[in-house]
Design a protein. Structure first.
Lengths: 230, 232
């Protein structure tokens, strides 16, 4: 039990004889938090002692130049890179202890779509859906919303880069999970598409979801934005 | 929109889904299946032409040649196992998928065996006839190849996962896999030779079957770990 408690309260000493500060309170309620993250790639230290805490309805915005480690941080959160030091907590439990459950709660929108060019849009998304528990998202309304319902029967390689990005967004919506990891979601999209991404993000946050986003442009949405400068 | 899914996804559904996807992809690109198969058929048919039609020589060398050709054909097909997934980023998606990675790796390897190993087993009787192999020995050959190709696909998936991030990893892949694949080749070819010489060969079949059990239970974990490492 003692062990569990330390896991649940990662950043606050177990016995405190004073009222908790605002930051500490926030850390206690955070859904996704990170403590003292250090990542070294090759010879360079990308970040050191990085901390953040994110609760439902908040957006974590990663800012920094090209090559400053935004994607690496996201990969580290998703568990694809091993950190030099530090822990990441999901619902107060170290993610390395609940990898499967954590992966079930996140979806990753990467630079490369991860979709198969030889398969059609529907085949791709059906495969993705079968890896997850049954979700009750209405697929046709997702297609309609993203403007890809005309493209359902086409092989993915025949679609434009922007259209492929929309398919990747469709996968994200259909996964129906609380945590979105979005790595530069606006690339290749037309102005309308960029507006759509913002709208979708805003809705997702409003319904209690969370977002980690790496972006170079201003994010103009009505939600709490936690900024991390890399 | 967001409900959060407390229940875990079905593991068997994931295994089935990835196998089906791989088969569908192979169907769209038949060249990938046919190249190793052609290689196998070519080596097997060219060899008798080169060494001459002496029946004694052919019967003697048949099992060895067929087995070496099968091993090399499998190695040839292994390089592409994770390559396209690496290039289009679907490996990343598999790494963060809620399904256990070993299950997905097993599904991919199973599909690879269905695509490259099974056809090879199925055309082997045709090849064996070039070596004047009697029909009861052809049965033994098919059985050993059936078990052997399963082993080779599973062992190969470890090597393919380790070398996926490297450019031109084919040579390295072969070097990594050959020591592990050597027992399969030795046992497989010798079992067929023993059967051809009317000796007891069941031991070889059991040994191959044991190797299959070992690789099926261990290789997916090794492949998953290798995929994690090469995608860091």
């Amino acid at each position: 039990m003692g062990r569990c408690q330390t896991l649940c309260l990662p950043l606050v000493p177990r016995i405190v004889n004073r009222p908790l500060s605002a930051t500490e309170c926030k850390l206690l309620t955070a859904k996704l938090s990170a403590n003292d993250l250090t990542l070294i790639r090759g010879e360079t230290c990308l970040f050191q002692g990085l901390r953040f805490a994110l609760t439902s309805g908040e957006l974590l915005l990663l800012e920094g130049q090209n090559g400053s480690g935004k994607t690496s941080l996201m990969r580290a959160i998703a568990g694809m890179l091993s950190l030099e030091s530090g822990e990441i907590f999901w619902n107060g439990v170290d993610v390395t202890r609940q990898r499967q459950a954590f992966h079930g709660a996140l979806v990753w929108l990467a630079h490369r779509s991860g979709l198969k060019g030889d398969l059609t849009l529907v085949e791709n998304l059906r495969f993705e859906a079968s890896l997850r528990p049954q979700s009750n998202v209405d697929t046709s309304s997702v297609y309609e919303r993203l403007g890809i319902s005309r493209l359902k029967r086409l092989a993915l390689r025949s679609l434009s880069a922007g259209q492929q990005r929309r398919v990747a967004l469709a996968r994200m919506l259909m996964a129906d999970v609380p945590l979105w990891l979005m790595d530069e979601p606006f690339t290749n999209l037309d102005p309308e598409g960029r507006k759509l991404v913002l709208e979708l993000t805003e809705e997702h946050l409003a319904s209690g979801g969370m977002c980690v986003m790496a972006a170079h442009q201003d994010i103009d949405i009505s939600a709490t934005i936690v900024r991390v400068q890399l | 929109m967001m409900t959060g899914n407390p229940e875990q996804p079905e593991i068997f559904a994931g295994l089935l889904a990835i196998t089906r996807r791989e088969l569908l992809l192979a169907w769209r690109r038949p060249g990938d299946i046919l190249t190793p198969l052609f290689f196998f058929a070519m080596v097997c048919t060219l060899f008798p032409l080169a060494v001459g039609p002496s029946a004694e020589q052919l019967i003697f060398s048949g099992p060895g040649v067929l087995w070496v050709a099968a091993l090399l054909a499998t190695l040839l097909s292994l390089n592409s196992l994770f390559l396209s997934d690496h290039e289009d980023g679907s490996i990343d998606q598999l790494l963060v998928s809620p399904q256990p990675l070993p299950v997905l790796a097993l599904g991919k390897t199973f599909a690879h065996w269905l695509i490259s190993g099974l056809p090879l087993v199925l055309i082997s009787p045709l090849m064996a006839m070039t070596y004047r192999m009697p029909s009861e020995i052809i049965g033994v050959l098919m059985l050993t190849l059936l078990l052997g190709t399963i082993c080779l696909s599973l062992l190969g998936s470890i090597g393919a996962a380790l070398t996926v991030g490297l450019h031109r990893g084919t040579a390295l892949l072969s070097l990594l896999i050959l020591p592990l694949a050597m027992p399969v080749l030795l046992i497989g070819a010798n079992t067929v030779s023993l059967a051809a010489g009317n000796e007891v060969y069941a031991t070889g079949i059991w040994a191959l079957a044991a190797y299959v059990v070992m690789t099926v239970s261990l290789a997916p974990y090794a492949t998953a770990a290798a995929l994690r490492i090469s995608n860091e």
